[in-house]
Design a protein around this ligand. Structure first.
Ligand SMILES: [Mg+2]
Length: 148
């Protein structure tokens, strides 16, 4: 029982915590062999249910891909590609909606689309139970956005 609780705690613990996607040291991640960044949508790339992406966020994504990273979006939202945010993201990057995080399926789907292994990937998201736990159980490096 005790060791099970310890395992659960480990599963919910991110490898890194950061106040925003702008505070992440992407070049260090690249130096450590990471080649893909998977982003959650709500409260990560935007606020709660963003209607459109902030131009600063679009610029950051462009910079990250310019560094040599592949970018993927992984969201549990059930909305389709007609949603303006999803539509604009999906024109440039693979997007998996209804990802069912923390289940493995959505993570595997986006890794497949990007052609990278779990050890080459980084998951960035705000929720321990979905983003962090899902990434950790597959061995994907996890970064949690925790606004203070
Ligand atoms: Mg979120």
């Amino acid at each position: 029982m005790l060791s099970k609780m310890r395992t659960l705690r480990t599963l919910l613990r991110p490898d890194e915590t950061t106040p925003s996607i702008f505070a992440i040291d992407y070049s260090r991640l690249y130096q450590t062999g990471k080649r893909a960044i998977l982003f959650d949508l709500d409260n990560t790339l935007g606020g709660r249910r963003p209607r459109r992406l902030d131009p600063k966020v679009e610029r950051l994504l462009g910079e990250i891909s310019g560094m040599g990273f592949k970018i993927g979006i992984l969201t549990n939202r059930r909305i389709g590609t007609k949603d303006p945010v999803i539509f604009s993201l999906a024109r440039k990057y693979p997007v998996v909606i209804r990802a069912g995080k923390p289940r493995r399926r959505g993570f595997r789907e986006i890794l497949d689309q990007l052609g990278v292994s779990p050890s080459e990937a980084v998951m960035v998201g705000d929720r321990r139970l979905t983003d962090v736990a899902g990434a950790n159980r597959l061995g994907i490096y996890s970064i949690r956005i925790a606004r203070t």
